[in-house]
Design a protein around this ligand. Structure first.
Ligand SMILES: Cc1cc2nc3c(=O)[nH]c(=O)nc-3n(C[C@H](O)[C@H](O)[C@H](O)COP(=O)(O)OP(=O)(O)OC[C@H]3O[C@@H](n4cnc5c(N)ncnc54)[C@H](O)[C@@H]3O)c2cc1C
Length: 438
């Protein structure tokens, strides 16, 4: 009988859970997951704030997300939900995300319509290269609308550097809606219509009120164990060594694990040391940190997520959990701030910044009460053009050494759950083909 193929998956987020179940259902394969935390789930992680279950941000997906097919039991943890996105504009009015021309013209006067048209025409000529986030946005909506609508600030609040140094891939992922006039997008929409997809009444699902993501991942954990996956929790990976016999060793804080035929990484992108081995502890400077502040307040209007496109306040987005899950007068909100990896985090400054900016925006009534906060490392991967090139080089080196890469980390194309799962599926197909060939 042939020896079993030994596969290690680094990290235990949703993309690793998906891929491990797919691999475990194939014959002659032994799958191992190494996760540094004491539970699976990664960025999908809930907390309880004053009896309300909240998240750092991610809690809803498209209704047809492929993980539901693979773990049918988890459907019970979700309910149909259509999110409602709004923004505060630079003129401090409320609009739909990312913006509407109607509100823009209301804010800026009818003459702005002529300036928009003129600026879109010149944008199509001047920014044909679409080489970074800024030129990408300016190509589609023109320089005038880009600057005046606050989109520039949306980009820069997230990453603290100029949008003209940000990768275009990032803007495409975040701002795909700007391409509405693109013939390729129109054709795709028409195709969807013909396939009857537009008849779906709701487009998203959200975790149910009383469910923590940890509950969902406990279920997934049990399912994986029942399917023979070896899950190693509290295993912080330090490096992966490539051995002379072509096999790999995974080195964790306290133990080493030998003889892997394949390595699939879903954790922050590594660097290579002088002997060509991968090291996983030097990559913090390629990420920003996320600080989720929780507040109690009474909003003046309904929203799921409200974005800050104004010139004031450094916060990026507010998610209103009570709007989704409850009906008490005071709502529990999650407010997102980001910080550079080497920046000192000052929570009091953030609280003050939030309170004073929303007071000027007049989006809440009465007192705004700070409750608590949560810090997440590595929520958003590198976005500068320079870092993207560097990451691309590293990924190519990993490919050459036979190490696969899946998930959100180190790749802008997979910032949300569905594309990450699609990529995990592609990785599964590639490995199966390789195994069948050998
Ligand atoms: C604020 C916010 C809001 C979002 N909202 C949505 C949303 O509404 N819908 C949506 O589809 N997506 C959303 N996303 C994106 C979504 O959360 C991610 O795309 C997805 O969770 C990424 O899964 P992953 O498996 O690729 O990575 P992760 O979840 O990051 O998993 C990586 C795992 O690797 C582990 N790890 C890291 N380093 C090591 C190490 N050295 N050793 C061992 N283990 C390690 C981590 O602990 C983690 O468990 C949001 C993200 C953020 C930050």
């Amino acid at each position: 009988m042939k020896n079993k193929i030994n596969i290690a998956i680094l990290g235990g987020g949703i993309s690793a859970a998906y891929l491990s179940k797919k691999l475990a259902s194939s014959n002659n394969v032994d799958v191992h997951i190494f996760e540094k935390d004491n539970h699976l789930g990664g960025l999908l992680n809930s907390s309880i704030v004053e009896n309300q279950i909240v998240d750092i941000g991610p809690f809803f997906f498209p209704f047809d997300v492929s993980i539901l097919e693979l773990f049918p039991g988890i459907s019970d943890f979700f309910f149909p939900y259509t999110p409602y996105y709004t923004i505060t504009t630079p003129k401090l009015s409320i609009d739909k995300f990312p913006l509407t021309i109607k509100q823009f013209v209301k804010d800026n006067g009818y003459h702005s319509l002529a300036l928009i048209v003129l600026s879109i025409i010149t944008g199509r000529l001047l920014y044909l290269s679409k080489s970074n986030s800024e030129t990408y946005a300016k190509f589609w909506i023109g320089d005038y609308l880009y600057r005046k609508s606050g989109l520039k600030y949306y980009f820069e609040r997230m990453f603290h550097f100029d949008a003209n140094k940000m990768s275009k891939t990032f803007a495409k992922d975040r701002m795909g809606g700007l391409e509405r006039g693109n013939p390729a997008v129109i054709v795709r929409k028409l195709k969807n219509r013909l396939n009857n997809k537009s008849k779906v009444k709701w487009h998203s699902i959200a975790r149910k009120k009383d469910v923590l993501f940890q509950d969902i991942f406990n279920f997934i954990y049990q399912d994986l164990i029942n399917n023979g996956v070896n899950v190693f929790l509290e295993h912080n990976i330090k490096s992966v060594n490539i051995n002379e016999n072509g096999k790999y060793t995974v080195c964790c804080m306290h133990n080493n694990y030998n003889n892997f035929d394949y390595i699939i990484s879903s954790i922050p992108i590594p660097t290579f040391d002088d002997s060509g081995n991968l090291r996983f502890d030097l990559s913090d400077n390629k990420y920003v940190k996320l600080i989720s502040l929780y507040f109690g307040a009474v909003p003046n209007f309904n929203f799921t997520s409200h974005y800050n496109h104004s010139f004031i306040g450094k916060w990026k987005r507010i998610t209103d959990f009570t709007h989704i899950y409850g009906d008490s007068k005071e709502h529990i909100l999650c407010v997102e701030y980001t910080s550079n990896y080497d920046e000192k985090i000052n929570i009091n400054e953030m609280i003050e910044d939030f309170k004073s900016s929303v007071e000027k925006m007049n989006i809440f009534s009465g007192e705004i009460r700070y409750i608590t906060h949560k810090l997440t490392h590595h929520p958003y991967p590198i976005v500068s053009c320079e870092n993207e090139l560097e990451a691309e080089k590293t990924r190519k080196l990993m490919d050459k050494k036979g190490i696969y890469h899946i998930g959100r980390h180190g790749d802008f194309r997979f910032l949300n759950v569905p594309p990450s799962l699609e990529q995990a599926e592609n990785c599964f197909q590639a490995i199966m083909q390789k195994i069948q060939r050998t």
